[in-house]
Design a protein around this ligand. Structure first.
Ligand code: NA7
Length: 537
């Protein structure tokens, strides 16, 4: 079979791939998207579990690039759910006629760089081959789900699946005994949603997570009209905030207020929507241990207020990390789920899982009979999507080898030794720590400008300079070092117990935590200076 040639191949048709192909084809560049799944949408195509929804305000999550699109689309809820989110992405693709540039069931298996011809050879699992001058990876930071490594996992006789692979066809859970393993952002959404729909729900919790109310609600036609009038202001606000939200940090100074005034502030934040409780909080809670402890105690008391059984409440309060030190799950009546007779918390800290059996889960204390097991056990975050492709750069070096300890990039966009591979939302970009689409648009626009610049220069090979990469890695490490969360486990620090090679306590520097405005200032400066960190040949 002869290879198909394109100037640019984009890998992944999720939120970032959709915008990337729009930009490239608008410029008249010959580009296609290869997507491993049988349809587009990425995260929102896959995560069909009950309760899956944004925890960014819907109208700050949507694309900002088209005024017409902003005027046409009505978000029905403040935090829109997966079916509507997928409809939205399809609407965008159809409106701009992007599907014709997408190939589905096109899972990339290998990418090999030819340093003579200056092009990538991309082979799919199907054996089909593509050749491209440039590759843009938009693989998604959470596209590699991970299952626990328990014995017996394949022996379970009932239905079991990772939340990422929740079946497309509706499944009837009424009256069933369901076990959920994992209490991250996903677990907390799915548990709250399933509690009153199943016969019995057992929650297998290894470590509790801090969580606070999402405070979702419908958006009326009038409210949506008011949002539309405000879109310019909304996106300006998002671009000025570290996390890409409308919420702005409280800069009155934690220690300038009395303890009562702080509680009054938090009582209000607890009623606000989305990440206000983090992003509109005092900045000190992220840097100052004492401030963080006081905040954590406040949230612990809210949990105690909401959970009837004091013993269960204590088990739901994290002891090993402070509030906001791991990715904060947002919840809707999650804690109240534990007040139901059919919901039971199984603390794995007291009795770990020993194995999965044909009909349930065996812990060190007892056997739990189950009809269905739901694995809400997270992802090999940010670099997982890269590791599953065999990517070979200059002199046959593999990317997996280069990044085995921790990724190394120039501005989260390029990596030395792998010319002409450009990453949207790559490791060490700001995407891992912010409202995702806001950072995506920034990343795609920057990469597109770089590609245009390279074409104008007649360059056929662009590569991050080693010194520039070293410099950026140091900047990423410095930003981590300022944050209290560097001591916590979880995907912010690149740790996943289910991934071979990850070591507890050893940080993988996967995201830039210096905040969006600073990141944008740095990458804009690099562009204005003619990309000094990139060698063009
Ligand atoms: P997370 O946040 O990584 O959470 C995974 C959860 O699964 C977490 O509670 C883990 O406990 C638990 N887990 C993982 N492996 C095991 C094993 N082997 N046994 C028991 N429990 C386990 O993933 P999510 O999908 O919830 O969220 C990912 C992102 O998706 C989120 O940040 C949003 O951006 C959307 P642990 O805490 O590690 O002890």
């Amino acid at each position: 079979m002869e290879a198909e040639r394109h100037e640019i191949v984009v890998i992944g048709a999720g939120v970032s791939g959709i915008y990337q192909i729009k930009r490239l084809t608008d410029l008249g560049i010959d580009a296609i998207v290869l997507e491993g799944d049988d349809d587009m949408g990425g995260t929102w195509y896959r995560n069909r579990y009950p309760g899956a929804r944004f925890d960014s305000e819907s109208y700050t999550y949507g694309y900002s690039f088209s005024k017409e699109l902003l005027d046409e689309w009505h978000w029905n809820e403040r935090f829109s759910a997966q079916p509507e989110n997928l409809r939205y992405l399809n609407y965008v693709a159809d409106k701009f006629d992007l599907r014709r540039h997408m190939r589905f069931n096109a899972r990339v298996q290998t990418m090999i760089w030819d340093d003579v011809e200056h092009e990538w050879t991309i082979e799919l699992q199907t054996g089909e081959t593509y050749i491209a001058r440039f590759v843009v990876t938009s693989l998604g930071p959470l596209s590699m789900p991970t299952l626990p490594r328990y014995d017996g996992i394949d022996e379970f006789a009932g239905e079991s699946f990772h939340t990422y692979h929740w079946p497309k066809e509706p499944i009837d859970l009424a009256g069933k005994k369901v076990g959920v393993i994992g209490t991250g952002a996903t677990g907390i959404q799915v548990i709250a949603e399933l509690a009153d729909k199943v016969g019995e729900l057992k929650v297998f919790q290894r470590r509790p997570n801090w969580s606070s109310p999402l405070n979702n609600g419908p958006i009326s036609v009038d409210e949506m009209a008011a949002i539309r009038d405000r879109y310019d202001e909304i996106f300006t606000n998002c671009s000025a905030s570290p996390g890409g939200f409308e919420h702005v940090p409280d800069r009155r100074g934690f220690w300038n207020l009395t303890a009562e005034e702080r509680i009054e502030t938090w009582d209000k934040l607890y009623q606000q929507s989305g990440f206000a409780i983090l992003a509109a909080n005092f900045l000190e809670i992220f840097f100052d241990e004492k401030a963080n402890q006081e905040m954590s105690e406040y949230i612990a008391n809210r949990i105690r207020d909401r959970v009837d059984d004091p013993e269960v409440a204590e088990k739901l309060i994290p002891q090993d990390h402070g509030f906001g030190m791991q990715r904060l799950p947002l919840e809707t009546r999650y804690f109240e789920a534990y007040n139901r007779d059919n919901v039971h918390l199984v603390s794995l800290a007291d009795a770990p899982i020993e194995r999965i059996t044909a009909n349930g889960i065996q812990t060190a204390a007892e056997h739990h009979d189950l009809d269905v097991i739901v694995y809400a056990t997270g992802f090999d975050a940010i670099t997982g999507g890269y590791d599953r492709i065999d990517i070979r750069g200059v002199d046959g070096q593999t990317l997996a080898d280069k990044w085995s300890e921790s990724p190394r990039t120039h501005l989260g966009a390029l990596t030395h030794g792998f010319p002409n591979m450009l990453m949207v939302a790559g490791p060490q970009s700001v995407s891992g720590s912010t409202n995702f689409p806001r950072a995506i648009e920034i990343g795609v626009d920057w990469l597109t400008d770089l590609l245009v610049h390279a074409r104008e220069q007649g360059a056929t090979r662009i590569e991050a300079r080693l010194e520039a990469e070293q410099h950026w890695v140091e900047e990423v490490v410095r930003a981590h070092e300022k944050m209290l969360f560097r001591r916590s486990k979880g995907w912010f620090t690149g740790y996943n117990s289910n991934v071979a090679g990850h070591q507890e306590g050893k940080i993988r520097y996967q995201a830039y935590f210096g905040g969006s405005p600073k990141y944008v200032a740095i990458i804009d400066q690099a562009a204005a200076d003619g990309y000094p960190g990139v060698e063009l040949v």
